[in-house]
Write a protein that binds this ligand. Sequence first.
Ligand SMILES: [Zn+2]
Length: 165
Amino acid sequence: MDFAQRTIDLARQNVAEGGRPFATVIVKDGEILAESPNLVAQTSDPTAHAEILAIRAACTQLGTEHLTGATVYVLAHPCPMCLGSLYYCSPDEVVFLTTRDAYEPHYVDDRKYFELNTFYDEIGKPWQERRLPMRHEPRDAAVDVYRLWQEKNGGERRVTGAPTA
Ligand SMILES: [Zn+2]
């Protein structure tokens, strides 16, 4: 099966139905494990990007938060939120079918605190320099929550079972 074409078809169908031009197909062992279009327009959920929804479905189905052994097809190079979620689930490979430069003449989704072209730089800045107003309010009791977690995790501070490099 042409998984790239499936990704395009899914996104095309979504646009035809009033959705946004994005889709994700997650493949494991030569079969589609999960897939989703972007459902932000349909649900008013700003996190309902195709990658997030497909990762959620794939992980729920496998009963794990890790997608090692999987290939993730995405219509466009992922936004920082989705890129972060892809880092978290550790797939073998991410295949993107368009770049921002290629789709920018046809689709732009700038927001109050970023433009398509500044988003990645924005994320990399120290928090004080980001356009999103952030305030650090230090509380010892907040750190205590982590102590409690470590205690309940047998004194170990690492999350067990996570694939590491
Ligand atoms: Zn995204």
